[in-house]
Design a protein around this ligand. Structure first.
Ligand SMILES: *Cc1c(COP(=O)(O)O)cnc(C)c1O
Length: 411
């Protein structure tokens, strides 16, 4: 393996077959044929299992583990995860339909998102899932739609906390946000939920995503449980559900260290005990996307051309930002850094020099990796981008420049 691959501890999970990167014991060259060509994404069931086992091994038994579908909505992945987690979180009517099709019980599906349309709310009411209310206006619409349809509305309140998750890759709480209801406005919202007779389920408090710092994550847990206890005093009924979000990160870049999971889950265990005393049978839900699926996926593209421009080597591939916006550095990164990449068809060959790996689009933004050490790759070789199981294809501008869609395989 090339050094830039072995540096990342997660890469130990991958195997080689005749020097070629393999998933599920099958070399990516074979997977490319099954996918009908390149580029494609492949997700490894064994790695999903390993991550779930690791989590279950250290999470308190009472904690329910939910999968946030938006991290990877490939139907086969959603089905696979649904059979192994305790619930699903969705963020659109399309994701809701996916979730319902897995047979997950409606009470174990929750629907978040700041701009739910009436049609989506009606579908959620019809299905009987838990709607995470994000504003007063949304609550009014849910009330109206529930009355019109003669259906009960199961609602939880998504709270925009009055603290921030520090050093999070993507902050989603604290300060002014489009997400959730500001903590200080929640008591008034709870009052109205009671007045309208909506079926109050509890709270969702989600502070941020992609965090690798245990101190920040445990501090966020402290804030979340404290806030929940405070708000519970004003609730129109018992808190049945406390969704504490997730935020667990995975390492992408050379200086990232994998999360020390036990520290986070041990700390959570302490809170869960206190919570059982303070909120009775409130079910604590941990809602994870990236941490569950992110490391189990690779994106594979084929080298179309190798060229040299003023001394720099470019490997031009058939895949790029249109399928993998995050790896191109254009999905929220401030400073572009390379995702871990490798020449998948030459994993055991020594590096011969640096190259930039770019996509086929006519834009300088279409970069998969800049100036990385690679073996002597030629047209026809396959490039793998690791850590690509979450926020990959569905988070990319697939229509850009009329490029063909990428296939997805669960292997
Ligand atoms: C996106 C999202 C998640 C999942 O976040 P990850 O960082 O992928 O674990 C969980 N809950 C809510 C409300 C979200 O919007």
């Amino acid at each position: 393996m090339t050094p830039h691959v072995t540096e990342l501890p997660c890469m130990k999970q991958f195997r080689l077959v005749d020097g070629c990167l393999a998933l599920g014991g099958r070399p990516v060259t074979e997977l490319a044929r099954e996918a009908g060509g390149t580029p494609f994404y492949a997700y490894d069931r064994g790695m999903l299992d390993a991550r779930l086992a690791e989590l279950r091994g250290c999470l308190p038994r009472a904690v329910h583990l939910h999968y946030a579908v938006k991290a990877n909505p490939m139907p086969a992945v959603v089905e696979y995860m649904a059979e192994r987690v305790d619930g699903l979180d969705v963020a659109s009517a399309a994701e809701l339909e996916l979730a319902l099709n897995t047979g997950t019980s409606p009470g174990d599906i929750s629907f978040a998102g700041p701009g739910k349309r009436d049609g989506e709310l009606a579908a959620a009411l019809q299905a009987g899932i838990v709607i995470n209310l994000e504003s007063f206006g949304e609550m009014e619409r849910v009330h109206r739609l529930a009355e019109a349809a003669g259906q009960p509305a199961r609602v939880a309140v998504r709270v925009n906390p009055d603290f921030e998750l520090k050093s999070s890759g993507m902050r989603m709480g604290g300060g002014a946000r489009p997400f959730g209801v500001d903590a200080e406005q929640v008591p008034e919202l709870l009052q109205r939920i009671g007045d309208y007779g909506l079926s109050f389920q509890g709270f969702q408090i989600f502070a941020g995503s992609q965090n690798l710092r245990t101190e920040a994550l445990t501090a966020a847990q402290d804030g979340i449980f404290e806030l929940a206890y405070r708000l519970a005093e004003q609730a129109p009924g018992p808190v049945k559900l406390l969704n504490v979000g997730g935020g667990l990160g995975i390492p992408y870049f050379p200086n990232d260290r994998p999360l020390d999971l036990n520290v986070v889950t041990d700390h959570l265990a302490g809170h869960v005990e206190t919570c059982a005393r303070r909120l009775g049978d409130a079910r604590v839900v941990l809602e994870l996307g990236r941490y569950l699926v992110g490391e189990a996926g690779v994106y594979v593209a084929r080298v179309i051309d190798r060229k040299i421009s003023r001394g720099r080597v470019y490997l031009v591939t058939d895949g790029g930002m249109h399928h993998h916006l995050a790896a191109s550095g254009n999905l929220g990164q401030v400073i572009r850094k390379n995702y871990p990449v490798a020449v998948a068809t030459r994993m055991t060959e020594a590096e011969t020099g640096k190259a930039s790996i770019v996509g086929p689009l006519c834009t300088p933004l279409d970069i998969l990796a800049e100036q990385v050490d690679v073996p002597a790759a030629e047209p026809g070789d396959l490039i793998a981008v690791f850590q690509s199981g979450a926020y990959g294809l569905s988070a990319s501008p697939v229509g850009f420049l009329g490029q063909p869609m990428a296939a997805e395989l669960l292997v």
